[in-house]
Structures are given as structure tokens and as C-alpha cells.
Design a protein around this ligand. Structure first.
Ligand SMILES: *[C@@H]1O[C@H](CO)[C@@H](O)[C@H](O)[C@H]1NC(C)=O
Ligand SMILES: *[C@@H]1O[C@H](CO)[C@@H](O)[C@H](O)[C@H]1NC(C)=O
Ligand SMILES: *[C@@H]1O[C@H](CO)[C@@H](O)[C@H](O)[C@H]1NC(C)=O
Ligand SMILES: *[C@@H]1O[C@H](CO)[C@@H](O)[C@H](O)[C@H]1NC(C)=O
Ligand SMILES: *[C@@H]1O[C@H](CO)[C@@H](O)[C@H](O)[C@H]1NC(C)=O
Ligand SMILES: *[C@@H]1O[C@H](CO)[C@@H](O)[C@H](O)[C@H]1NC(C)=O
Length: 389
């Protein structure tokens, strides 16, 4: 039918003398098309030829100069960092978003291509100078290569200790922190992210300016490095100061059953630290709806970690705080409170599990210690804690 129709139409066109016009148009179009295709083929060959030429030239020169974008401090480490070498400077100009993204990279090859001695990152959240710094100096002495120090201070604080200090040039780019607000969480994530950039850091401990170590370095190092879980406290507190702080508008992502409370002073291994800084689902909900009487530093990490990776934490903290006085602030210890008996109570008289077994050593750090405790602590520490021995 169709064929008949077409032949009829052609016959009609021949009759009308239109046939020649049609063939001319078709012929011209074919020529144009052929020229186009030929052009493309030639062009392609030309390109391949030039590229090939380039490659062989490179091969002849053996080592063409590698060009990196001119290295600004923040990107030099991305391109040619010596992985087993701790970067000399912590300073960079990355925004928080850039920093979190950069730090969230996780190597998928388990074995690093260098001898990796795992380090503990001691992350201090402080306003200015650490009042108990001399005690910490004593604690770290002789353990170089097994730890790294990070300081988040007030942004306007710019004092630099002497070059011999473990705190020398260990400040990270910091922002203003308001206690109990989201800015506190931001500072903690900033500390974690900066510390994660050093591939040799394995465990990450958050400390305040009133924290003290209650064991010597080797004991703390062994305890943390050999633990198969992190020490981030998380529990369900049915009272008003626990569940009472839950806000229904956090649902359905976060329900009352998910809601947890815990100490702000956490310890995390690399895996957990990565999970914390990579969270983009729960953080905005907390920032929007965790407002007084809800305090982000008591609920965000415990709730988020329980929801995302609850088997990574032991649900307890290794930083002892005395809440027995009641109220919303823990006891602040002063010079007269410091004694061997007191420190030994915190060191040995508790019950907990460590790697699945009962242990009486449950705390490695303690707070809150007033600056005037420095002298008695410096006196007691060498003998009791085995510093400098
Ligand atoms: C990398 O850093 C480590 C530790 O500082 C050092 O031993 C090693 O020689 C460095 N490697 C290179 C290629 O610079
Ligand atoms: C924790 O749980 C996740 C799945 O929820 C599992 O993939 C992982 O192996 C567990 N880790 C440990 C240490 O049990
Ligand atoms: C920590 O708490 C979570 C949730 O409440 C629970 O699933 C987990 O087993 C607890 N971990 C330990 C070590 O008790
Ligand atoms: C710790 O556990 C042991 C053995 O179960 C018990 O005798 C002791 O009273 C407990 N100590 C505390 C402080 O709970
Ligand atoms: C940690 O180690 C202990 C003892 O080997 C084991 O019982 C426990 O299941 C381990 N926990 C995890 C989360 O791997
Ligand atoms: C640290 O303390 C432990 C236990 O008190 C002791 O056995 C060890 O010798 C001390 N280590 C150093 C390096 O002083």
C-alpha cells in the first residue's frame, strides 16, 4: 500500500517536473554530510597523533616536571605530605565545611605504606593558657612520638609558649565558644577533624583546662590503644534532666527511645571520630531544636553515636567528674582536697568492664581541678603516678 502510494507520488512528480529539484537537494545534502564526516575523522586522527607525540616526548624526557598548584598552607598536605611525618604546622585557612569534608576521608587499604606507630591525640578545649600546663609537661616528657597535642582556644588568644613546650604551635584555627551552645560542639568537631588529618593519630581524647591525668603516660597509652571500644558515655536518664529535654520536633529522625545523655568528655578511636565529624543528619536537628533546658554537649554525641554506631562505644567515660554535690555544676577541687588517698580513690575504687572483663581501673583523667592545685599535684605526681621515672 505505502509502496504503491510512494511510486504513484514519484510518477506524479516526474510528470510535474519536480523530480530533478528533489534529487538535486538530496545529492547536495549527501555531499555536505560526507565532507563533515571526513573532517571529523581527519580531526580525530590529528588529535591522536599529537597526543601520542606528546606522550613519546614525555617518555623520552623520562621525568617531566610535575606541577602542583602553588602550595598554599592548607593544600600542601593534600598533594605531597609525608604521610608518616606529623605536619609541622597546624594552621590552615579551611572553612569548617572544608575541614570536615577533608577529614572525613577514610583510607580503604587497611595497611599503611609506612611504619605506623599509633598516637594518642590529646585535644584541649580551653579559653587561654592551660593553668595546669606544668603537670601536663611532666606527664608527656619522654614519650615523644606517641602523642600529639591540639588546642582550641579563644580566637583572640595568641600567646605562644617556649619552643621546648609540648604546647608550642599546637593551636588550631579556633572560634568563639559559648558553654552549652552549638558552638561548643563545633569546637569539639574542629578539634577532632584537625587531629584526624594526621594519619598516625589512632585515639582521640577531649580534655578541659581543669582536667588532670591520674596515671602515667605509658599506663594511659596502653589502656587506650589496647581497648577495642571507645569511651563515650551514653545512657538513658528517665528524669526531667534527661528525657525531659527531648523535643518532639526532633522526630521522626530522633525519637524519645533514641534519646541519650552523657558526659561531654569523650574518648574516641579513629572509626568513631570519623563517624562523629561525618554526621550531617543529626547535627542540624540538634542545632535547631536542642535549646535550653536541652544542652547540646550533654545530648548530641551520646544520642547520635548510639543511633549510628552504638557498638563502638563502651557507654562510659574515662574522665571522672564528681557530681555528688548535686546541682548543675560538678565539684571543683582545690589545693586542700589534693591528697594521695583522694587520687587513689579515683584511680582504683570503681567497677567497670574493660575489653569484656571486670576492672577497677575505670578512669584515666579527672576534673575539675582549680589552678591552685598545681603545686600539690606537682609534689605528689612524680611518686604516686610514676612521672619522670
Ligand atoms: C617522612 O617522615 C618520617 C618521620 O618524620 C621520616 O623518618 C622520613 O624520612 C620522611 N620521609 C621522607 C621521604 O621525607
Ligand atoms: C558494629 O555494628 C556494625 C553494624 O551495625 C557492624 O558492621 C560492625 O562490624 C560492628 N562492629 C563491631 C566492632 O562489633
Ligand atoms: C551501649 O548502649 C547501647 C544502647 O543503649 C547498647 O546497645 C550497647 O550494647 C551498649 N554497649 C555496651 C558495651 O554496654
Ligand atoms: C566492685 O565489684 C566487687 C566484686 O563484684 C565488689 O566486691 C565491690 O564492692 C564493688 N565495688 C564498688 C565500688 O561497687
Ligand atoms: C572486646 O574484647 C573482648 C575480649 O576479647 C570481647 O569479649 C568483646 O566482645 C570485644 N568487644 C568488641 C566490641 O569487639
Ligand atoms: C607507669 O606506672 C606503672 C604502674 O604504676 C609502672 O609500672 C610503670 O613503670 C610506670 N611507667 C613509667 C614509664 O614510669
Amino acid at each position: 500500500m505505502v509502496v504503491n502510494e510512494i511510486s504513484q507520488r514519484i510518477r506524479g512528480e516526474i510528470r510535474d517536473g519536480k523530480f530533478q529539484v528533489a534529487t538535486t537537494i538530496i545529492f547536495s545534502l549527501s555531499i555536505a554530510f560526507s565532507v563533515l564526516v571526513l573532517g571529523m575523522i581527519i580531526n580525530d586522527h590529528f588529535k591522536r597523533f599529537v597526543l601520542y607525540e606528546d606522550l613519546s616526548l614525555s617518555a623520552l624526557n623520562a621525568f617531566p616536571p610535575l606541577t602542583f598548584p602553588s602550595s598554599s598552607p592548607q593544600c600542601s598536605c593534600m598533594q605531597r605530605c609525608n604521610l608518616s611525618h606529623t605536619p609541622d604546622t597546624l594552621w590552615h585557612s579551611m572553612s569548617d565545611e572544608e575541614l570536615m569534608w577533608r577529614a572525613s576521608m577514610d583510607p580503604r587499604i587497611a595497611e599503611p605504606p609506612f611504619n605506623r606507630t599509633p598516637k594518642i591525640a590529646f585535644m584541649f578545649l580551653t579559653r587561654g593558657r592551660l593553668p595546669l600546663a606544668p603537670l601536663w609537661e611532666m606527664f608527656f616528657k619522654g614519650n615523644e612520638g606517641l602523642f600529639s597535642v591540639y588546642l582550641h582556644t579563644s580566637p583572640e588568644f595568641s600567646d605562644e609558649p617556649p619552643e621546648s613546650s609540648v604546647f608550642y604551635k599546637r593551636r588550631i584555627p579556633s572560634k568563639l565558644v559559648q558553654w552549652g551552645k552549638a558552638s561548643m560542639i563545633d569546637a569539639e568537631r574542629r578539634l577532632l577533624a584537625n587531629a584526624l588529618l594526621d594519619f598516625t593519630n589512632e585515639r582521640f581524647i577531649l580534655l578541659s583546662e581543669s582536667c588532670i591525668p591520674i596515671f602515667n603516660f605509658s599506663t594511659i597509652y596502653t589502656y587506650l590503644i589496647n581497648s577495642n571500644q571507645s569511651f563515650l558515655s551514653a545512657f538513658d536518664d528517665p528524669r526531667r534532666i534527661g528525657r525531659g529535654r527531648y523535643n518532639k520536633r526532633m522526630g521522626p529522625t530522633i525519637t524519645l527511645r533514641d534519646w541519650r545523655k552523657g558526659s561531654q568528655w569523650f574518648e574516641a578511636h579513629r572509626k568513631l571520630a570519623l563517624a562523629i565529624i561525618s554526621d550531617v543528619d543529626y547535627y542540624p536537628i540538634f542545632r535547631n531544636y536542642c535549646v535550653p533546658p536541652c544542652y547540646m554537649d550533654e545530648h548530641y554525641f551520646p544520642t547520635m553515636v548510639t543511633k549510628v554506631c552504638s557498638n563502638l562505644t563502651s557507654n562510659r567515660t574515662v574522665t571522672w567528674t564528681d557530681w555528688s554535690g548535686g546541682g548543675s555544676h560538678p565539684t571543683m577541687f582545690r589545693a586542700n582536697d589534693v591528697s594521695e588517698e583522694f587520687l587513689n580513690m579515683v584511680r582504683f575504687r570503681f567497677n567497670c568492664t574493660y575489653n569484656g572483663e571486670f576492672s577497677s581501673v575505670c578512669h584515666l583523667f579527672a576534673r575539675k581541678f582549680h589552678p591552685n592545685t598545681l603545686q600539690p599535684l606537682l609534689r605528689i605526681a612524680p611518686k604516686l603516678l610514676g612521672f619522670n621515672s
